[in-house]
Design a protein around this ligand. Structure first.
Ligand SMILES: C[C@@](CO)(OP(=O)(O)O)[C@H](O)COP(=O)(O)OP(=O)(O)OC[C@H]1O[C@@H](n2ccc(N)nc2=O)[C@H](O)[C@@H]1O
Ligand SMILES: Nc1ncnc2c1ncn2[C@@H]1O[C@H](COP(=O)(O)OP(=O)(O)O)[C@@H](O)[C@H]1O
Length: 292
């Protein structure tokens, strides 16, 4: 049987405000996120047991055991299906890891979301999206938004999602200095001073409006991440200095940063120039999907 393949696109937080903290220590966020045409791929084929093979440029150093979010998501879905009396078997899962690990692009969350989508199809679980999102949220705060993978505003710890229809496609350059920054470490180093909610992004429909919105907002995790990993500042400076860059900022908890460009040509040229100057960095030009 041909495996079911699901893409696990990179998530980019165009703006991110930390607005508070829950009693359990999780931080309340307000973020505008978009999803790129760059990402990992998760494939699933029927099998008697659950297994995972990892491959691709960032597979080295990534656990392929039960701690991998792909297998954790598969186990959680399998258990939920069996709990309601469904007969589901196992799956042979293959993760093609093309995104850097612990990089602020939600790669592990995107992989878990892709595994949930692939296995729900393979096991013919015609569950409403909210049910998959609840299973995902128990594994990671970013997974519900990665299940949607379209322009959106997310609040709470990421589970309160408002899609942004009419949001334009964007041309970005993603750059990472080769540093893994753990999300938990960034939140742990954050001060208790929280900021206000983001301005309402609901009416953003054109590139100029988005560029102005991104320039007027920020990422509350950026300063802390720059202290933990000073190369984040170098990456932002390199993006900001690129011809045609309209805004440069860190995504999520870092260390990947993005530059926003008006055209694919400008983004491609900037990515090539940065990669030439800093050959050890991971650099890619990408396009993010429009709101449907
Ligand atoms: C910061 C964001 C923004 O999109 O992205 P990334 O940098 O991970 O891509 C996400 O909220 C990350 O979500 P995710 O990576 O799924 O986080 P989790 O695994 O659930 O959390 C890892 C740890 O980070 C802290 N954490 C995470 C999310 C949150 N809203 N508040 C927190 O305080 C908690 O200490 C938690 O134990
Ligand atoms: N499939 C996966 N892809 C990436 N990271 C994974 C995966 N499965 C488990 N992990 C673990 O999750 C952590 C990455 O999480 P996090 O710091 O939140 O990254 P990101 O900022 O990229 O979302 C790493 O410690 C990594 O070992």
């Amino acid at each position: 049987m041909i495996p079911i393949a699901e893409s696990a696109p990179a998530k980019i937080n165009l703006a991110l405000a930390v607005t508070g903290r829950r009693d359990d220590g999780y931080h309340l966020l307000d973020t505008v996120a978009v999803f790129a045409d760059a990402g990992d791929v998760v494939a699933a084929a029927p099998a008697q047991t659950l297994s995972l093979e990892t491959r691709g440029p960032f597979a080295a150093g990534l656990p392929a055991d039960g701690s991998n979010l792909v297998l954790r998501a598969a186990r959680a879905l399998q258990a939920a299906a069996r709990a309601e009396g469904r007969t589901v078997g196992g799956a042979r899962l293959v993760l093609d890891k093309r995104l850097p690990v612990a990089s602020g692009l939600g790669g592990g969350s995107a992989d878990a979301a892709a595994a949930l989508r692939a296995l729900a199809r393979m096991w013919a679980l015609d569950w409403p999206p909210a049910r998959l999102a609840a299973i995902g949220l128990a594994l990671g705060a970013d997974i519900p938004m990665c299940l949607q993978a379209r322009p959106l505003r997310a609040r709470g710890i990421g589970e309160a999602i408002t899609p942004l229809p009419g949001f334009p496609e964007l041309h970005l350059v993603l750059a990472n200095p080769g540093a893994a920054v753990a999300t938990a470490a960034v939140f742990a180093a954050l001060s208790e001073r929280f900021t206000a909610a983001l301005p309402d992004p609901a009416g953003l429909t054109g590139f100029e409006a988005v560029a102005a919105y991104v320039a007027a907002t920020g990422n509350d995790l950026q300063a802390v991440a720059c202290r933990l990993e000073p190369r984040v500042g170098e990456v932002i400076a390199a993006l900001a200095a690129s011809p045609g860059c309209r805004a440069a900022r860190m995504s999520g908890s870092g260390a990947t940063c993005f530059g926003l460009f008006a055209s694919a040509e400008a983004a491609t040229a900037a990515a090539a120039a940065i990669a030439r100057r800093s050959p050890s960095w991971w650099v890619t030009a990408c396009r993010t999907g429009a709101g449907g």
